[in-house]
Design a protein around this ligand. Structure first.
Ligand code: NDP
Length: 241
């Protein structure tokens, strides 16, 4: 898959899966506009050729819209930024719930709106990939707000796919299982919990960021021109186990 001359907005490109998506896109000729939070990550990304980085807290709706507009024009969009906080359902706080929904669900809507409006205005075609999770399909203990926020994101993806494809913009979701990133350290550092999860993955390992990035690039590319509105697990068979 070639992305020569294409501009791709990647949210959450500072670390983990987003970082790998950005790296792979640049390697394949794209120019990446990274939207991410930590100043150190923004500075590191600015030091790379083929990358422009915009610092933003995606939990802030107004700042998110401003950053999305500053990132345009772009050919493709990857909503990858996400966050989690572990709380059992009975102890899930309104504050944590709102924080997760703001970053994992609302920010993809805002960035997606600005990206799509700009393409439609210019009469150009494009594609969106929203990075969801297997957590949107199943109930994972201690992940009530996270599961809800990713389920909401899936709903958004399907509506984007229906409303935007007639205007030339496809939208799809990618659903990783546990992937070896800073987020996974936060959620899966308990060896007992990790072993239980691993046992349910027939290929016998957790994912690497590159496993997810390859699928994201495929769904953006013209090779996937007839793929629209899917929720694609990248989970080593976890969902069938
Ligand atoms: P990481 O925590 O490793 O990286 C997340 C990136 O998103 C960071 O660059 C982070 O920046 C950025 N980000 C988070 N919150 C904000 C915010 N409020 N504003 C701006 N940027 C923000 O996560 P992963 O790479 O593991 O996850 C990437 C995506 O994949 C997420 O949507 C996640 O839900 C999903 N996913 C991950 C799985 C896993 O096991 N790792 C499994 C299934 C899905 P900063 O650190 O500066 O806040």
């Amino acid at each position: 898959m070639e992305f020569k001359g294409k501009t791709v907005i990647v949210t959450g490109a500072g670390k983990g899966i987003g970082r790998e998506i950005a790296r792979m896109l640049i390697e394949r000729g794209a120019h990446v506009v990274a939207l991410t939070r930590s100043v150190a990550d923004v500075e590191a990304l600015r030091g790379e050729s083929g990358c422009r980085a915009i610092q933003v807290d995606l939990a802030d709706a107004d700042a998110t819209r401003e950053a999305a507009i500053a990132a345009l024009p772009a050919d493709f969009l990857v909503n990858c930024a996400g966050t989690t906080e572990l709380q059992p359902f009975l102890e899930t706080t309104v504050e944590a719930f709102d924080r997760l929904v703001a970053v994992n669900t609302r920010a993809p809507m805002i960035v997606g709106q600005e990206y799509a409006r700009s393409l439609i205005k210019d009469g150009r075609h494009g594609a969106i990939v929203n990075v969801s999770s297997v957590a949107s399909f199943i109930g994972i203990p201690d992940h009530a707000a996270y599961c809800a926020s990713k389920g909401g994101l899936d709903g958004l993806t399907r509506v984007m796919a229906k409303e935007l494809a007639p205007r030339g913009i496809r939208a799809n979701g990618v659903h990783p299982t546990v992937t070896m990133t800073p987020m996974a350290v936060k959620a899966w550092s308990d060896p007992e919990k990790a072993a239980g999860m691993m046992k349910r993955i027939p290929v016998g390992r957790f994912a690497e960021p590159a496993d997810i990035a390859e699928i994201v690039l495929f769904l953006l590319s013209d090779e996937a021109a007839m793929v629209n509105g899917i929720s694609m697990p990248v989970d080593g068979g976890y969902m069938i186990a």
